[in-house]
Design a protein around this ligand. Structure first.
Ligand code: GRF
Length: 208
């Protein structure tokens, strides 16, 4: 399966998926890296590994960057099956969601629906978790709809919040689990082990 990864930052989830695909743990290839920030760490990594990098969305008054319609055309040309958001901070336009139904995933660093939505990104998420007194946090992988962090949940991992955690310490503990769970889910997706219950809930079938 062909994968497009969308990144705005350092891209450690992107790297872990790329590694898992290079090692044959994921039966899929990263064929393009889409970013709103051409200078981000994820884009540098892609260029170092000969993965094409494209800019999206188009910045105001700029000739650079694709429009949503052009992006869909471009991804179809590359025969992209799945889109994986990995720290991509822009909202995904409806054109893309309609063109790729049940095929766009995101990873979020809290147990959704808690601590999700616009404004909950980066360390802000972990600060809010600690301030709430929650004892557990952890990553959520979910399908993407037209809002931030509200699509169907596919997988979660529980990570303890320790008594004297800083947001940075909690973020690092959650990030290690993110790498694991995202790779597992993408492996299932590429092997067509994600099935949809009649009521619209996605489930992962274990390997036979
Ligand atoms: C991760 O915490 C992810 O859950 C969130 O953005 C962060 C991206 O980190 N959506 P990285 O760029 O993959 O290191």
């Amino acid at each position: 399966k062909n994968l497009a990864i969308f990144v705005s930052g350092g891209g450690s989830n992107f790297r872990s998926i790329h590694n898992a695909s290079a090692n044959g743990l994921i039966h899929g290839d990263v064929v393009v890296l889409v970013t709103d920030k051409l200078g981000c760490g994820g884009a540098d990594y892609a260029r170092d590994h000969d993965i094409p990098v494209i800019q999206f969305p188009k910045l105001r008054d700029s000739l650079e960057g694709l429009s949503p319609t052009d992006l869909v055309i471009f991804l179809r040309k590359l025969k992209v099956h799945y889109i994986l958001l990995a720290g991509f901070l822009k909202l995904i336009p409806i054109e893309l969601i309609q063109a790729y139904p049940r095929s766009i995933l995101n990873i979020h660093p809290s147990l959704l629906p808690a601590f999700g939505g616009k404004g909950y990104y980066g360390l802000k998420v972990h600060k809010a978790v600690i301030a709430s007194g929650a004892r557990y946090s952890g990553p959520t992988v979910h399908f993407v709809d037209e809002h931030y962090d509200t699509g169907r949940i596919l997988a979660q991992k529980v990570v303890p919040v320790l008594a004297n955690d800083t947001a940075e310490q909690l973020a690092a503990r959650v990030l290690r689990e993110e790498h694991q769970v995202y790779a597992e889910v993408v492996s299932a997706l590429c092997d067509e082990r994600v099935v949809w219950r009649e009521d619209g809930v996605p489930l992962i079938r274990s390997r036979d």
